[in-house]
Design a protein around this ligand. Structure first.
Ligand SMILES: [Zn+2]
Length: 70
């Protein structure tokens, strides 16, 4: 399976602080982008995917917390 990569270049600004990045949306691996699971014998209705909450996509929130080097 091929993989794409995203790179975050770490570089402190004038004042260090907490930074946050949001990845590009990716296909939910649990429901494979469907957002819902089809009905089964035990559960005869569609079930919303708990990981992507029915959107079919997930994003990664990356937090960078700059600290003194001690
Ligand atoms: Zn999902």
């Amino acid at each position: 399976m091929s993989k794409k990569s995203e790179t975050i270049i770490l570089e402190p600004e004038e004042r260090i602080r907490k930074e946050g990045f949001c990845s590009r949306p990716m296909t939910c691996p649990y429901c494979h982008g469907r957002g819902y699971f089809p009905p089964t014998k035990h559960q005869p209705w569609e079930t919303m995917c708990p990981d992507c909450e029915g959107t079919g996509e997930v994003i990664a929130l990356v937090t960078i917390d700059w600290k003194p080097n001690k």
